[in-house]
Design a protein around this ligand. Sequence first.
Ligand code: DQA
Length: 143
Amino acid sequence: MKKILVIHGPNLNLLGEREPGIYGDRSIDALNSSLIDLARELGVECEIFHSNHEGAIIDKLHSARKTHCGVVINAGAYTHYSYAIRDAIAAIKIPCIEVHISNVFARDEFRSTSVIAPVCLGSISGLGFQSYYLALRALAETE
Ligand code: DQA
């Protein structure tokens, strides 16, 4: 069975409490259980990992190269400046899809830059939890 890794980066553990006008009022647990349900429906295995720490995210990306066939990553604010996460994604060679709950192009200027986008298979932004669901579906259906 295909194994897909979902990575939640910094501050996403506070979903539901954090700026609900932007990120909604549903928790990370609600997001995770809907991802597990969707994975089951798609016939894939979904592992979910959260960290607020750049190095931990990099370590997880490295280990995924041997165990998973793709990664859905919401790198949070690291998206906008972490060359280290970008290099890790480029290094592992399995497809990664960048996701964002909010529309990063409609917010602060600094959020319009993604340093990870050029090394990702694709990017999905602004669709709420659907951003994750679409990315999971795309990886599940990628040969
Ligand atoms: C985010 C957008 C980022 O700019 C922000 O730093 C986040 C969440 C999103 O999902 O909309 O932490 O990645």
